[in-house]
Design a protein around this ligand. Structure first.
Ligand SMILES: [Zn+2]
Length: 141
């Protein structure tokens, strides 16, 4: 995976986690206060590390998208951007470079990552190693 893309996804995750901790912080001030505070500091520190590793242009764009949409990265499932639910052009959705390059949705501009093999690219991805993990989910061969 593209290292900057990985960082964007991590940053998105950490941002969400921070928001959850802030909510928990407000909701449970009596019981878990100390715990939540210390977790919050840890996560905030991790976030700072991620931000340092990201290109500043990318980080700026991430923040801009986040302000606009709430989330700046979106998964692609079945060739569809799950940020705006727009079908992506075939050349993007079947690209072998997916997750190895930074792609952005042509409609909403979110950074895209692919979570699963595209069902419409059944031509045999050379990148995809035969996965025993996937097979196990079906139960039988
Ligand atoms: Zn989109």
């Amino acid at each position: 995976m593209h290292p900057q893309l990985e960082l964007l996804i991590m940053l998105h995750d950490v941002d969400l986690l921070l928001k959850e901790l802030e909510n928990a912080n407000r909701a449970r001030q009596e019981s878990d206060f100390g715990f939540v505070i210390s977790r919050h500091e840890e996560v905030a520190a991790a976030k700072g590390q991620i931000e340092q590793q990201l290109d500043s242009d990318l980080l700026q764009e991430y923040r801009r998208l986040e302000t606009r949409y709430g989330r700046a990265v979106a998964p692609v499932v079945g060739g569809v951007c799950y940020g705006c639910f727009m079908r992506l052009p075939t050349d993007i959705s079947v690209s072998k470079q997916r997750n190895e390059e930074l792609f952005r949705c042509i409609n909403c501009g979110r950074y895209l990552y692919w979570v699963a093999k595209q069902p419409n690219s059944a031509t045999g991805d050379s990148q995809e190693a035969p996965s025993s993990r996937k097979r196990r989910r079906t139960g039988r061969s």
